[in-house]
Ligand binder design. Structure first.
Ligand SMILES: [Zn+2]
Length: 250
């Protein structure tokens, strides 16, 4: 089992660092400085960088880290200028005897990808800005239908799967979740615990109980969304789209 550590960056970003045998993988280095400091402090060689999508707070540190670690392999989809390996759907990655797979998970951006790392302790998903605890990313260059499909795909994974989102948005997301499901005691409990950060990673089982964007099939969510918008959603995709719109204005 590798050590997986969140390195805080900017106001609320996490740069996840996976380390094994003196080598490290860094996920979405928006800023090189805190990553370099951690690598030096723990005497680690940066072997790989995994980029989920092109936004600057996920890629801003790429050039400096590549300059400092010229042998480092950079995985990213075709829209990532600094990538050394094009990582689209189905690409397989090896690190320290472990395997990771790539999923195309569009919605937040149309080229967004996720990294699924298999370890002896289970599955670890680096989901960038697609899933947050109790929430999901905003739609930028993808579509809300794509985002719904990407979250449904995550929801097909084993319930003990761990998710490693790139932002600490949990408390704000839970306040919206409580607005959607005022009687959900799991959301109230999670909100009380969200004062202690990092709140991440989170299991899929936990998200299924508290994340409205994974609860679009729940009758209470359907009714509440209909009540808030004044129209009954036609199907689950419509519930999801309305939730995303309501959250944008919450
Ligand atoms: Zn983003």
């Amino acid at each position: 089992m590798p050590k997986i550590t969140p390195i805080a960056a900017f106001n609320d970003n996490y740069i996840w660092l996976i380390e094994a045998n003196g080598r490290a993988v860094c996920v979405d280095p928006g800023d090189a400085e805190p990553v370099s400091a951690y690598l030096h402090q723990h005497n680690l060689q940066l072997a790989q960088i995994w980029i989920t999508h092109h936004h600057h707070d996920h890629t801003g540190g790429l050039a400096a880290l590549k300059a400092a670690y010229p042998d480092c392999i950079v995985y990213g989809n075709s829209d990532i200028a600094g990538a050394t390996v094009a990582a689209g759907e189905g690409v397989q990655i090896e690190f320290a005897g472990m395997h990771a797979g790539v999923w195309h998970t569009p919605g937040h951006t149309d080229q967004h990808i996720s990294y699924l790392l298999h370890t002896s302790s289970g599955l670890h998903v680096f989901c960038g800005d697609t899933l947050f605890s109790a929430g999901c990313g905003r739609v930028f260059t993808g579509t809300v239908e794509q985002l719904f499909a990407s979250l449904q795909r995550y929801n097909s994974l084993p319930q003990d799967t761990l998710f490693y989102p790139a932002h600490e948005y949990t408390a704000a997301n839970l306040r919206f979740a409580a607005h959607i499901e005022p009687d959900n005691t799991d959301i109230q409990t999670a909100l009380a615990q969200a004062a202690h950060t990092p709140t991440l990673p989170v299991t899929l089982a936990h998200e299924r109980r508290i994340n409205p964007f994974l609860r679009t099939a729940e009758a209470a969510v359907y009714r509440r969304v209909g009540g808030l918008t004044g129209r009954q959603p036609a199907d689950e995709t419509a519930v999801f789209a309305d939730l995303r719109m309501l959250k944008n204005h919450f």
